[in-house]
Ligand binder design. Sequence first.
Ligand SMILES: CC(=O)SCCNC(=O)CCNC(=O)[C@H](O)C(C)(C)COP(=O)(O)OP(=O)(O)OC[C@H]1O[C@@H](n2cnc3c(N)ncnc32)[C@H](O)[C@@H]1OP(=O)(O)O
Ligand SMILES: O=C([O-])CC(=O)C(=O)O
Length: 378
Amino acid sequence: MSNELKRGLEGVLVAESELSHVDGEVGKLVYRGYDIEELARGASYEEVLHLLWHGSLPTRAELEDLEAELAAERAVDDDVLSTVRTLADAGDRPMAALRTAVSMLSAYDGDDGDDGDVLAEGARITAKVPTILAAFERARQGEEAVDPDPDLSHAGNFLYMLTGTEPDDVSEETFDMALTLHADHGLNASTFTALVIGSTMADVYSSVTGGIGALSGSLHGGANQDVMEMLHEVDDSGKDPVEWIADARENGRRIPGFGHRVYKVKDPRARILEEKLRDLAESSGDEKWLKYTTAIESYLEEEGLIEKGIAPNVDFYSGSVYDAMGIPMDLYTPIFAMSRVGGWVAHVHEYQEDNRLIRPRARYTGPETAEFVPLEER
Ligand SMILES: CC(=O)SCCNC(=O)CCNC(=O)[C@H](O)C(C)(C)COP(=O)(O)OP(=O)(O)OC[C@H]1O[C@@H](n2cnc3c(N)ncnc32)[C@H](O)[C@@H]1OP(=O)(O)O
Ligand SMILES: O=C([O-])CC(=O)C(=O)O
């Protein structure tokens, strides 16, 4: 048994997977062999779910079946929605409220005779996450929840439930593309969390709840909100973005949206989102965040950060895209979860096909022996 310590499990292989591959040296991401760029531009999120869950891009009939399955499962029990409203009133963060609500869903699963079927239960969770998030946001705004519309796509229906208005084509396509881009990414921290939980043969509600918790942190999915907070900080400072970022670097600050455990070059998803941001900024005429983000990236490149392998990741440009769509900042990470739930479900399903309990070890650095002293003598 090897005693080599791999801090943060860097580079450790713990499973085989056919789902997605990240080539961090050249900046390439594929889902089951399909390049992320082609999927982002050519496939809907529902097509990507079919690819991840069922192994192939769907035929028209298969896609219609999956769309109908998801649309039929969008409604969320009133008890769960009432808890969501309570959490919104109490000032809970949306990511925390989502974690609580997903955990609660297991009590209202509907028992379709498929108890323990990861794909069936996973599809139900995937269908309900947008409803939960939209209801949370509406409650915060003092508005009634909007019922899901089964005729709209996964992306379009979320935007509709959020605003009460059917989205235009550009918003729906942009949001759908963002969902596709975030759906899966190898054994990232939240997927690994879901897998560890799944490897004990716990239910998929537990895996997804754990995945949401892991994704919320600032080193992982939470970074998309941090990027937007940084951009506001730059703006509020009245400084030029380059001056601001130079000061931040001098003060030893980590730059959110930069750096990645696997990518040593710019994340291909960041390229696609940057391009999308450029299109949105050009058509709206509001180029502020585009100017700030690109100025920061150029400065960090000149400073040699990118050469050192600390390059823009998926979180660097996504927030500015969501902002252009009028989405509040603290929904960015829950939206990441809304997409990544598809990947979590796919990985748990795949892993459990040939399951082995995941149980690594820590090198013990405590004392060899210690003499026990009873409480009354301490
Ligand atoms: C969807 C996602 O999860 S993508 C990642 C989202 N997270 C972020 O954007 C947060 C900012 N980025 C980071 O904190 C890191 O790059 C991580 C956590 C993503 C990856 O980190 P790791 O692979 O563990 O690298 P680690 O934290 O060991 O950093 C290695 C070196 O790069 C530096 N570094 C890494 N990221 C950054 C950054 N964003 N800004 C400045 N320096 C950085 C570290 O300071 C460290 O330098 P040192 O060796 O001189 O001490
Ligand atoms: O892969 C990772 O470590 C982080 C992640 O989830 C992503 O980049 O989408």
